[in-house]
Design a protein around this ligand. Structure first.
Ligand code: 1GP
Length: 253
């Protein structure tokens, strides 16, 4: 089963949680141990990537350790050609739809596509929309940030992703954002699209996760939680229990 099929099949039964691990923020061995722990806690997949200091060697070593320690699907969350690793299960073939820099919309993608083809990595097409405050990814990607009160623009970008034939839409507040994307915006986007909606950035506890899920997110992503909170096991457990308590629940093996 491809990673996209796994996502689609799981979403027929329940919502999902993905964990973002930035390979530049810890040694590959720690990333491997984290993957094992995250699998035990119940995350559904690991996204690997970051906005700065990413090299192919670091991606390779980190993903090898994750695959050695867990059965979780590993999806590359790329910031450029240097993020492409032959060891991943899939790569988001993503476009930052509201970037002001063509490299982030189509340039890096065109440069990386031949290598992805050569390595035979599964591609999952995704429209990526950066909402205020956007944090590092907003700055690096020169995002023309969607204002937090501008639901119409978010809906427009998300629908454009769907009409382009993309498989997923990602609403991003930026890693480390003080608050997640507003629930009203999540809801407006969800009401208008029929492809799965991922929401990430600033989700740190059960209450904010539940709010985003109830507003219509199909998949929520957390990253900073594992990096900066010593009680991340309890926090993640709470977030995942919210996911398991929503929708057509079926226990994940
Ligand atoms: C970043 O949405 C992810 O791309 C995760 O954000 O680090 O704030 O959880 P946090």
């Amino acid at each position: 089963m491809s990673v996209l099929e796994f996502i689609r099949e799981t979403l027929k039964k329940r919502k999902m949680h993905f964990t973002l691990i930035d390979p530049a923020k810890q040694e590959p061995e720690r990333a491997g141990r984290l993957a094992k722990e995250l699998e035990e806690i119940g995350t559904d997949a690991i996204m690997v990537g970051g906005s700065t200091n990413i090299t192919t060697e670091l991606m390779d070593k980190t993903i090898i350790e994750m695959k050695r320690n867990s059965h979780l699907p590993v999806i590359i969350f790329p910031n450029g050609v240097q993020s492409i690793s032959r060891y991943a299960d899939a790569i988001y073939f993503m476009s930052m739809l509201n970037s002001g820099d063509r490299d982030f919309i189509i340039g890096n993608q065109a440069r990386g596509a031949p290598l992805i083809k050569k390595l035979g990595i599964e591609t999952i097409s995704m429209g990526y929309i950066v909402v205020e405050p956007g944090m590092t990814v907003g700055r690096v990607g020169k995002a023309l940030l969607v204002r937090r009160d501008d639901k119409e623009s978010a809906v427009g970008y998300a629908l454009a992703a769907q009409f382009f034939g993309m498989s997923l839409v990602y609403l991003e507040a930026g890693s480390g954002a003080p608050e997640p994307v507003p629930p009203e915006m999540v809801n407006a986007v969800k009401m208008n699209i029929s492809i799965p909606l991922i929401v990430g950035g600033g989700i740190r506890d059960r209450m904010s996760a539940c709010k985003i899920l109830d507003s219509g997110a199909d998949i929520i992503v957390t990253g900073t939680l594992v990096e900066r909170f010593s009680d991340y096991r309890e926090r993640l457990g709470g977030i995942i229990s919210c996911i398991r308590g929503r929708g057509n629940v079926e226990e994940h093996p």
